[in-house]
Ligand binder design. Sequence first.
Ligand code: ZN
Length: 464
Amino acid sequence: MIELVRLFKLIGFMNILLVIVDTLRYDALGVNGKSKSTPHLDKFAHGKSFTKCFSAAPWTLPSCASILTGFYPSNHHLMQHWFRLDKEPISSILQRQGFYTAAITNNSNFAYNIGYQNYFSEYHFYPDGNNKIHDDELNHDAPFTKALEILKKHKNNLFLLLHTNIVHDYYLEVNKRYYEQFTNKKVKSKTWELKDRGFFLIKNQREKDLQAVKLRYDAGVYYMDQQLHKVLSNINPNTLVVIVGDHGEGFNPKLFRIHHGGRMHNDLLHVPLILSFPGKTKDIDYHKLVSTVDIVPTILDYLKVGTARDFDGQSIFKNKKRIIIYSEEYRSFYLKNSFTRIDEKSGRVFGKKAWISLKGKVIGNILDNLRYYERFDLEKDFTENKELPVNEADKVNLTDISVNQPFNLVNLQEKQHNLENKLNYLQTQIKNMSEKISELEPQIGKIIKRLSPKWWVKRILHKS
Ligand SMILES: [Zn+2]
């Protein structure tokens, strides 16, 4: 008998909704912890939420590219804004399978200069708190309204990517009205917006301030839950739904863990992943070690779409034993106030890799001859409060880690070198052109003079 999924696919009766909620911590959902911010999502996610999913990167650009391609950052290469995505996102694979592909994005890491629009049938980019020009441009409801519009228009055979920045922008004025709804309190303060995203907590170290910042975050999550509920209530029953956080957010000023990016701790890497399949599926182990790079292979496996690609991720339906997954970060700059201590020494460029197992984690600076600098026992200390001294490293069973492979750094450095050469070349061209313009200036001056009626009057009078 033909399988139901294959039948749906054959008659074009299958939708896929991939929701990326930016900056969504694992424990931000009630279904994963004690949060009271997500009543709707908790209902939807009940029994469908993975408990050990780790993001392939700690910030939006590389992480979302991993979610969309099934490759780790060192293989898809979208690790900095001026690098190009070297792997095909799932949308173009599905396009070849006859899917209509639409994207709604809401973060500057999805802006048109990144190039994702080339891989979708339709693409909608909404500015976030970082790249808005006017405050009223920041409308976090708009992506959801657009999603409803698209869902209404394309009942079947649709792949819809919906990315929302609501939770990410929790510290902005735009979140205030939801904060008031969530807390049931009127906010009087005119300086409600946290311009420094909570970095002041590191300086103050006051518990009261920390709780106030966290409450803003919870209110953002609450707002997202309400909006997402509208979309989830309007999906076709034959929709495969994936909801994932691209990374979390730091709220630990004592350990200098604020905001996201640049660090490899679990407040950033441990993310919610909800997979909801239409109809019955084989038994899924929701407690196994999974990575956000597994999303693409899982969707393709479910749809029985074969590709020649050897993804970094693997389908969650496969029972291949996997002990270690990775997370990677490479930047040629860092913000001193944002990120943790290690890069103070390494200077301008840093590359980090985390080797993660269910038992422990090792974080290394790959530009520092793989000298380890952080090790944690995830069985006893999942929130990573106690860094293990180097000589105690063998207490964490990480012997399977092969540290000599995965990060394709040579390739990346070569790329950066090429880009720097290009930049130098362009700068030289600009310099040459400016020199030429200065050489031409006297002549241009003469021409401009000749355009003036006065010059002509004088000349005619002089001649006559
Ligand atoms: Zn993000």
